[in-house]
Design a protein around this ligand. Structure first.
Ligand code: NOJ
Length: 557
């Protein structure tokens, strides 16, 4: 397997609005990130993916960009951004920009022009369609609820928006659009960024017939088959690669929800000429039979289904393409609340166990801000506390249509809302968690008194220090990056165990995902090997052992 720096990296994701506020206006900013670079260096991560920081009306917290060449004013200035790049590079940390080019904001100059008239030079930058029988051109629903089409009175046509109506989709069929995007990408590469995380990049090519989608649940048809991994997506990415990516030594990761192994090879195969790695979601998708409305369910995840999916991606992508490793991000609930146990008795142990399981696998690991502290879901129980457009729109749509009971939907939000991951970073145990001196834009989790960076930095047994050790191990041992993966005890209901193999070296990872103790037989070949890391205090690793709840360890020989 080819060696690459981006395979050996550990990425830390920053959600800037909630990371660190340096000027007391209640939202995070670039200066705030600069202040925390030493913290990130201490953790050991060497790549930052920062969610969008460009000019935006913030309908979707920056995933609605109104100017691709200006920094969002509340986050700072271009000078601040350049300073961030400089300071990060000084510390050996690279910076990825979040590239959001499936859509722009409806306040982007291109869209303001496009809307003006049917013959405006920018008209064809977006996807406009005539009404069909006085209605929407097809039945597609948007990813945040409602129809994916918005009627515009001015020209009496509909425009497509797969996300909110303030996020019109760009028309990638138009060569001018593609050239604008490539020019803008070069602008940032020339400024010195180190790569791109590409937002919903698998959705840029639409089936030009725009057929109705299947109505699976709720009120609208599914656009998936016609605009995810669409007909020209690989052609467009190959063109982007030729025009931009191949000219720089940068890292590229494509957000590719719903991707299959075969498709992943096209996006991120060793010689695909497209991207470096995929970011796929199969392991965080719901398999619950009760999940009638996508992710809106209160059912706990199914461990065996989760394990099977994780194993599938390890085994089937091996040697063919490169994957991202993650359990949480800004769109997902907190990983310890979802896959571990955030009850105080088990929070620390289970957070460390999850990290062990993930960080010893093949792929590039991503740590989402606060995950290294074991931050938990927010569990807001009042609708007013939610700020996320997806949570609010779905609540309204499903309860208004009588498809969900309001009480049940509130419970779903508590477990599944994206805001669970968007509460401010817990830097210390003070009232505002050291995040801001002002009024935070979203409520701070009151458990910052117990869960915060300051106390964990002082405690060598903390989750922070455990992550630090896992990260250091990956940098030290090639086997963790490149070793061949092989699962053990596939059918076990509690244990997730696997080996890695590189030449003569061997690694064994064993994790108990349950709240009960669990038996495991240490393979004879690992007897007498070295324990690299463990979240409890086991000393002997031999024969049949009984793991405590959420226990994890890694052996090496
Ligand atoms: C995926 C991003 O991760 C999410 O936060 C955003 O809402 C959508 N793409 C739309 O840009």
């Amino acid at each position: 397997m080819k060696k690459n720096w981006w395979k050996e990296s550990i990425v830390y994701q920053i959600y800037p609005k909630s990371f660190n506020d340096s000027n007391g206006d209640g939202i995070g900013d670039i200066r705030g990130i600069i202040e925390k670079l030493d913290y990130l260096k201490e953790l050991g991560v060497n790549v930052l993916w920062i969610s969008p920081m460009l000019e935006s009306p913030q309908d979707d917290n920056g995933y609605d960009i109104s100017d691709y060449r200006r920094i969002y004013k509340d986050y700072g200035t271009m000078q601040d951004y350049e300073e961030l790049l400089f300071q990060a590079h000084e510390r050996g940390i690279k910076v990825l920009m979040d590239l959001v080019v499936n859509h722009t904001s409806d306040e982007h100059q291109w869209f303001l022009e496009s809307k003006k008239s049917k013959d405006n030079p920018y008209r064809d930058y977006y996807i406009w369609k005539n009404p069909v029988n006085g209605k929407e051109p097809n039945n597609w629903g948007g990813a945040f609820g409602g129809s994916a089409w918005e009627y515009d009175n001015e020209t009496q046509m509909y425009y497509l928006h797969l996300f909110s109506k303030k996020q019109p989709d760009l028309n990638w069929e138009n060569e001018k659009v593609r050239q604008e995007v490539y020019d803008m990408m070069k602008f940032w590469c020339d400024k010195g960024i180190d790569g791109f995380r590409m937002d919903v990049i698998s959705m840029i090519s639409k089936d030009q017939a725009f057929p109705d989608g299947e109505v699976k649940s709720g009120l609208y048809g599914d656009f998936g088959p016609y605009s995810v991994h669409g007909p020209r997506v690989h052609e467009f990415l190959q063109e982007m690669n030729r025009e931009v990516l191949s000219k720089y030594d940068i890292m590229t990761v494509g957000e590719t929800s719903g991707v299959t192994i075969e498709e992943a090879q096209k996006y991120a195969g060793e010689d695909s000429g497209e991207l470096n790695m995929v970011f796929q979601f199969e392991h965080v998708e719901d398999t619950s039979p009760h999940a009638k409305f996508g992710k809106w369910t209160t059912d706990r995840y199914d461990f065996k289904a989760f394990k099977k999916t994780m194993i599938k991606w390890q085994e089937e992508l091996q040697g063919k393409a490169w994957n991202s490793l993650f359990l949480g991000n800004h769109d997902q609930p907190r990983s310890v609340s979802r896959f571990g146990n955030d009850n105080p008795a088990y929070r620390e142990t289970s957070a460390k166990m999850l990290a062990t399981c993930l960080h010893m696998m093949q792929g590039t690991p991503y740590v989402y801000q606060g995950e290294e502290l074991g931050m938990t879901n927010a569990y807001f129980h009042k609708l007013e506390d939610y700020k996320d457009i997806e949570s609010i729109q779905y609540y309204t749509e499903l309860t208004d249509a009588g498809l969900m009971e309001p009480d049940y939907m509130m419970k779903c939000l508590m477990l599944r809302s994206r805001d669970n991951a968007r509460t401010p970073m817990q830097w210390d145990g003070s009232e505002k968690a050291g995040f801001t001196d002002g009024e935070p834009w979203i409520k701070i989790n009151p458990n910052c008194k117990e869960i915060n960076a300051a106390s964990q930095l002082d405690d060598l047994d903390s989750i922070f220090h455990y992550y630090q050790k896992l990260i250091a191990l990956r940098k030290e041992k090639d086997i963790i990056v490149y070793g061949e993966f092989e699962p053990l005890c596939r059918e076990d209901d509690q244990i997730f165990a696997y080996t890695r193999k590189l030449d003569e070296e061997r690694l064994l990872t064993v994790c108990n995902f349950s709240e009960q103790s669990a038996e495991f037989e240490v393979p004879a070949e690992f007897e007498g090997s070295q324990c690299l890391i463990t979240n409890l205090d086991r000393k002997v690793f031999k024969g049949k052992i009984v793991l405590k709840p959420y226990e994890a360890f890694v052996l090496y020989k």
